[in-house]
Design a protein around this ligand. Structure first.
Ligand SMILES: C[S@@+](CC[C@H](N)C(=O)[O-])C[C@H]1O[C@@H](n2cnc3c(N)ncnc32)[C@H](O)[C@@H]1O
Length: 282
């Protein structure tokens, strides 16, 4: 149903409330993914992805900059960035991610990155101090208290804030499958809510679609079931059979590598960024 409200009431919409309601509907409110468990597979999957290059090409950086990387993971973004800025403070709440990150720092003899085990909700000007650049890459998609966080990140930044969020096509393949089995699919709350929220707190942000390339290829359908994005534990035996049928219809053969791939299986990431001075006085 589409709501019609008076135009003067738009400014009274509590966008943070709708963000949290969206997370609740999706089943992600207050659910902390086990990043310790996901750390090693994440590192492997990341290596095949052109996300990092696409992101870095869109950042505005100077060799003299200090940079805060929030939810830095195993350093997939911070490590290549360490050559482009003066120093990096990398924060993550997962012990395992920090361990992997520290190992990579040692192996590569990098000396301008400091890793800190800390939760995003504890990040503010008092705990971190000012940094030229603030970056949150793929790490705050399910963070509930977005208004407080965005205000804190903006306070910390001297120059720019860069954040990436899921784009609307990130789950196109899953949605098609749900459609195929006549099941209702609940979307993740849209980044557009956050653009409205940012405007409400006086920040006019820019949006870029990063157009990340497809990542996953498979030898056969069984591998596509196990190594794809599918959460097989959530599916009944009947649904697993339907998934097999769906994949046999949708997977295509790459003419060069002869591997299977799904053209709908494309990560969709949106970069939202703003310059510190581009803010309205409110
Ligand atoms: C998808 S990974 C992104 C890693 C890296 N920034 C990248 O783009 O490859 C998400 C990271 O955010 C971290 N994270 C998620 N919620 C967090 C929280 N509340 N506090 C600190 N780190 C968090 C996870 O531990 C994980 O390492």
């Amino acid at each position: 149903m589409l709501f019609k409200i008076k135009i003067e009431d738009i400014n009274d919409i509590d966008w943070n409330y709708f963000w949290k309601e969206g997370l609740k509907e999706k089943g992600n409110l207050g659910v902390n993914k086990n990043w310790d468990k996901a750390a090693e597979p994440y590192e492997k999957l990341n290596a095949k992805d052109d996300y990092t290059d696409k992101l870095i090409n869109n950042l505005i950086l100077d060799k003299s900059d200090s940079l805060l990387d929030i939810g830095a993971g195993e350093g997939s973004v911070s490590i290549p960035l360490s050559e482009k800025v003066k120093n990096i403070t990398a924060v993550d709440s997962s012990k395992k991610m920090i361990e992997l990150f520290d190992k990579r720092i040692r192996e590569k003899s990098i000396n301008n990155i400091e890793t800190i085990e800390m939760d995003i909700s504890d990040i503010n000007l008092d705990s971190i101090g000012h940094k030229d650049i603030v970056l949150a890459s793929r790490s705050i998609n399910s963070f509930p208290e977005m208004e407080d966080l965005l205000i804190n990140l903006n306070e910390i930044a001297n120059k720019y804030v860069f954040i990436t969020f899921f784009g609307p096509n990130n789950w196109r393949m899953e949605k098609e499958f749900y459609n195929f089995i006549d099941k209702n699919y609940t979307d993740h709350p849209s980044y557009v809510l956050l653009l409205n929220l940012l405007e409400q707190i006086g920040i006019y942000a820019n949006v870029i679609n990063l157009d990340v390339g497809p990542v996953r290829t498979y030898d056969d359908i069984d591998e596509a079931m196990v190594n794809g994005k599918w959460k097989l534990d959530n599916y009944s035996d009947k649904e697993k059979g339907q998934l097999h049928e769906f994949l046999s219809k949708t997977l295509q053969v790459d003419s060069k590598t002869k591997k299977l791939f799904n053209p709908l299986d494309k990560p969709d990431w949106v970069l939202i960024w703003w310059k510190k001075e581009d803010q309205m006085e409110i």
